[in-house]
Design a protein around this ligand. Sequence first.
Ligand SMILES: Cc1cc2nc3c(=O)[nH]c(=O)nc-3n(C[C@H](O)[C@H](O)[C@H](O)COP(=O)(O)O)c2cc1C
Length: 399
Amino acid sequence: MDIAESLLFTPGKIGQLSINNRFVRSATYENTANSDGSITEDYLKIYRTLSKGNIGLIISGMIFTSIDGKSYSRQAGLHSDHVIQSYSHLTDMIHENESKIFAQLCHGGRQTQVQGLSPRAPSVSRPDLIYKIFPRSMNHKEIVHVIKTFGDSAKRAKHAGFDGIQIHAAHGYLISEFLSPFFNSRNDEWGGSSEKRFRLLKEVFESVRDAVGTSYPVTVKINIQDYTPKTGLSLEESIEHIKRLVDLGIDGVEISCGTLSFSMFNQSRGNVPVQAFAKTMPLPFRPFTRLLLRSVYPEIKFRFYENYNLWASKDIKPIMGDTPLILVGGLRSYHALEDILNRNEADFVSMCRPFIRQPLFVKNWSEGNVKPLTCTNCNNCLGGIALHEQLRCNRNRVF
Ligand SMILES: Cc1cc2nc3c(=O)[nH]c(=O)nc-3n(C[C@H](O)[C@H](O)[C@H](O)COP(=O)(O)O)c2cc1C
């Protein structure tokens, strides 16, 4: 095995940006920002560790673009000029170590735990077990406002030194909700057909593009399958959207799946951290958490198998032309990743949970130590986030 020859360690491009290797740290929410959205020393600590790991591209955890789109109280924001300065330490640190960093911009939509917000969504619908809220339907003016906040936040991200943007259109947050026939039952210009459901993402992309210019990388994370109880975004419709994005000039697409509210553990497959979720339930319901979870997720355990979104790549890669495809979801072993690139099934390989447990594994692999990754998909990292703890692996606390 010759590491130096491996495609994994050859540079790749996203738009005009050169990336040192093909490894991407997929967006991972940190839960360590100040309440005003600026970032803290704890936030920097996570990235200081990651910056030492030779990762080609690091994508930040989801960053809110406006207060009404904030999902978690300790979430980082780019909603206001006053936070820009706090990010410059972050971006400098990543650049000193020759990695690149993108800001993942997100509006939470119905998926918010922030008290006092009136959660917004494409359409009114029932509460879910995770967020336990009744979302209300957004009006035209509110939608137009959200579009503008993405452009404004992208401009701030560029000023703060980020190398590019990822628009979060996956996992059941606002843009994903608009794309999904399950969440979006509108019958106006924002819903009712695939093209109309796509309109929010299209206008968000255009707003971001106008704000940052054509030479700055703008990418999207999108679901290939929502796995909601009733039909959500399917592969067929996702392909239509990806074609539209490519025609609009997107610089890269990361494919993922699942929605936190209605199919959470499809997104990050493995165990359901039942004990952590019990603690988020109102006291009288706690003893019944397992039962409740089982009623919503009958399998209770989401079978993990490696590369669980790869099946979609054979249909998506051919429509992307020269636009890079970033694959995430259960990527774990060196040889499998190498095969994915060698077979041209993706251009970049993206991982989340392995970097929480072993932030330096890319560096170790580059030195020839290609041991399998030790993440067990216990999902206690997600359980910790649900309990408002800072991001960490409780089996290997590296930050
Ligand atoms: C603790 C945790 C936080 C996450 N935060 C985000 C996020 O902020 N934005 C996002 O797009 N995905 C987020 N994800 C999903 C991951 O980016 C990724 O799509 C998913 O975990 C599958 O990849 P993996 O098997 O390598 O973990 C998160 C997942 C975990 C476990």
